[in-house]
Design a protein around this ligand. Structure first.
Ligand SMILES: Nc1ncnc2c1ncn2[C@@H]1O[C@H](COP(=O)(O)OP(=O)(O)O)[C@@H](O)[C@H]1O
Ligand SMILES: [Mg+2]
Length: 356
């Protein structure tokens, strides 16, 4: 078999830059060297695209350098054409975007790859964009009759104009505790649990720091957080179900990524068989409703009176110890084979669409 070059795109402009670099490191190390030649393509924090050598510096640098684009040429506008990044991309047969959050997971990077005609791993433009916007995603799930916690969507200008009315709306529809989240976000960045009215101003401030649109959601009390990995284009498969057991009130950024976190991933989740089956079926249904392709992780709350949908992540954390690959490993597909499979799905979609 001839080896094919794969651009592993990592870093990026969102609050999840660092997480993406970690996912990228893991994927670069695990891509089957018999099948793929990995070409790292980094995007610095302020948007500069890096050529493979600069990217290697980003990968080698560790934590300290994540915060700046020091020494990198950037015009603040992405700077794709000013570096060797485009040449690196175009030299590849496929791309594996691992950029979480805005400008990566939200359809913009997928759109660029569409324009370049490069097959790429994971969801297409529309599913990526919807998956990144919790308000759009929930509207789609509601339309499909998928059960979720009660929620409402608040714009920053509505809040600024009439704070009291927003508070009343929340108290009428949802009550406390509730979660306030930026509609476009991930890794729990900007997510706050508000226990009472007093907590709302700071909660909105945190959410509006990331987006003009916030989703406010009734807290699921005593629910268990479970996740399911889905893989495939036209015939997606669901993995075993895993459970997140956070070491604090909720699964916030630190409990996700800090070395000091003692949050546990239970794989498979200790659930009654029929509940696990319900989660897997619901995961496939949500994947289809959103038009996902390639792969995605689907997250739920399991409560005493049923399973509630939380969200779909179209570029979930992808280190070798992240939930997405771990669930496949427990389902009999190891990390390296999973990566090859996702790339095969990218080629399959590209060939199918090109044939039209
Ligand atoms: N309605 C809710 N009830 C209980 N916990 C919630 C709720 N919404 C969010 N959380 C907690 O906050 C975390 C992050 O929220 P989530 O909607 O998954 O945002 P993100 O996209 O940042 O992961 C969840 O993993 C969960 O621990
Ligand atoms: Mg989440």
């Amino acid at each position: 078999m001839t080896k094919q070059r794969v651009a592993v795109i990592l870093g990026g402009r969102s609050g999840e830059h660092e997480v993406s670099v970690r996912s990228g490191r893991s994927v670069l190390a695990a891509l089957d060297p018999e099948r793929w030649t990995a070409v790292p393509v980094g995007i610095a924090r302020r948007g500069a695209w890096l050529d493979p050598m600069e990217t290697q510096r980003l990968l080698d640098a560790g934590h300290a350098s994540f915060g700046s684009d020091d020494g990198l040429q950037t015009n603040g506008r992405g700077a794709l054409l000013s570096t060797g990044a485009l040449a690196a991309l175009e030299s590849c047969a496929a791309a594996f975007p691992l950029v979480h959050g805005t400008y990566g997971e939200d359809g913009s990077l997928q759109g660029l790859l569409e324009m370049l005609g490069i097959p790429y791993a994971g969801c297409g433009v529309a599913a990526s964009a919807i998956g990144m916007d919790k308000a759009l995603m929930k509207a789609l799930f509601r339309e499909a009759g998928i059960r979720m916690p009660l929620y409402c969507v608040i714009r920053s200008w509505e809040y600024a104009l009439n704070q009291m009315e927003v508070l009343r709306l929340i108290e009428d529809r949802l009550a406390y505790p509730c979660f306030v989240k930026p509609a476009n976000g991930g890794s729990s960045v900007g997510v706050t649990r508000a226990a009472s009215r007093e907590d709302l101003p700071d909660a909105f401030k945190a959410a509006f720091a990331y987006d003009d649109k916030a989703v406010v959601e009734a807290a699921v009390i005593g629910g268990r957080e479970v996740e399911c990995s889905v893989l495939g284009n036209e015939h997606p498969q669901a993995s075993v179900v895993g459970e997140i057991v956070p070491d604090r009130e909720f699964y916030d950024y630190d409990s996700k990524y800090s070395a000091a976190s003692s949050t546990r991933l239970d794989i498979p989740a200790d659930l009654p068989l029929d509940t696990a089956e319900e989660v897997r079926e619901l995961a496939l249904r949500m994947y289809r409703v959103m038009g996902c392709e390639g792969y995605a992780r689907v997250d739920f709350f399991v409560t005493a009176d049923g399973v509630l949908a939380n969200e779909i992540n179209t570029i979930p954390g992808f280190t070798s110890i992240s939930m997405y690959p771990k669930l496949w490993e427990a389902s009999g597909l190891d990390y390296s084979d999973l990566l090859s499979h996702i790339l095969e799905l990218a080629f399959e979609r590209h060939a199918r669409r090109s044939a039209r």
